[in-house]
Design a protein around this ligand. Structure first.
Ligand code: NAP
Length: 294
């Protein structure tokens, strides 16, 4: 029996392009969600990991579309700088919530819940994530125990806690958008990314079930299975045609909110997976495996 003969991605990925290509009903590929309308009258977008990379790009893009933004991160100075920049540039309110997810207790999360319950949160973007220290052969790193805890605490727990904090309000108002950042590594078992990929698989699966729970409340849950995006996380990777800038990536992913519940986010990543997918799994994995700068 071939070693990978029975490989099935965590959720069917029958056609990668189908995750991205507009369906006949998605005419003109425009979003059914109007963010300005959704947040009109003082609604907020809460963005975790908002000081850099994709989170920062989401915060800016949503502010541009009229949402007040609550920036969540661990460095007050960085958060303050981003908040001031957003307020000056987009004439919306920007507030900040300082929290280090690597050192977060239950009490800290209860405080977060209390603070968010006093906010009209119409959009939640769960972007915070880390890969550092987790790449390489599992078990061979110097401090695997700490790395396991850090990855679960940063890549999984905040998504659950922030979603839990904003959902009651969204359900009561019968509207809202939740965007969860997963990864292509969630559906392809990339060697040397075992733990990172597993945390992203969790986010993917959680999002799919959550989406079904939320549909009766007109809450749209989108899971973004991003390919490589230029950020601190990928700066050590070799240059590649498939690496996208955070700004264009986020604009394209947001244009699919209301249309695509599970998406690669950017067409380049859909093409990347489509090229790799028809081949035997070992070849697909070799193609998708991030390459470091030599
Ligand atoms: N970049 C990619 O190619 C790629 C591909 C697929 C999926 N993703 C996913 O997309 C999301 C964003 O990734 P990114 O590339 O934008 O990463 P990034 O540039 O490294 O940004 C991560 C953000 O999370 C914050 N953060 C990290 N650890 C934290 C902690 N312990 N407590 C509070 N905040 C913390 C960082 O704050 P500081 O500024 O303080 O460090 C930063 O704002 C992640 O979930 C990632 O898994 C990324």
């Amino acid at each position: 029996m071939p070693l990978y003969g029975s490989f099935v991605p965590s959720l069917p990925l029958t056609s990668s392009l189908a995750l991205f290509t507009p369906q006949p009903t998605d005419w003109a590929f425009t979003s059914r969600i109007n963010f300005a309308q959704l947040t009109a009258g003082g609604g907020w977008a809460v963005v975790t990991g908002a000081t850099d990379g994709l989170g920062l790009a989401y915060a800016k893009e949503l502010a541009k579309r009229g949402a007040n933004v609550m920036l969540v991160g661990r460095h007050p100075e960085k958060l303050d700088m981003v908040a001031r920049e957003i307020e000056a540039q987009f004439r919306v309110k920007a507030d900040m919530l300082v929290i280090d997810f690597q050192r977060c207790s239950l009490e800290d999360y209860l405080k977060v819940k209390d603070r968010l319950s006093r906010l009209r949160c119409d959009i939640l973007v769960n972007s915070v994530g880390m890969a550092s220290g987790s790449t390489g052969s599992f078990g061979c790193q110097s401090n695997t125990e700490q790395m396991c805890l850090d990855l679960l605490n940063v890549n999984i727990i905040p998504t659950l806690m922030f979603t839990n904090a904003v959902l009651p309000g969204m359900k009561e108002r019968k509207r809202g958008v939740i965007v969860n950042l997963s990864s292509v590594a969630a559906v392809y078992p990339l060697p040397n990314y075992a733990l990172y990929g597993a945390t992203k698989s969790f986010v993917d699966f959680f999002s799919s079930a959550l989406d079904r729970e939320c549909r009766p409340f007109s809450i749209f849950v989108q899971c973004v299975l991003a390919g490589p995006v230029l950020s601190n996380m990928t700066k050590s990777q070799a240059k590649s045609f498939f690496i996208v800038q955070p700004g264009p990536f986020v604009r394209e992913a947001l244009s699919q909110v209301g249309l695509r519940r599970r998406t690669f986010g950017h067409w380049i990543h859909a093409v990347m997976v489509s090229i790799a997918q028809p081949f035997p799994l070992w070849m697909t994995l070799r193609f998708l495996q991030p390459k470091n700068r030599s």
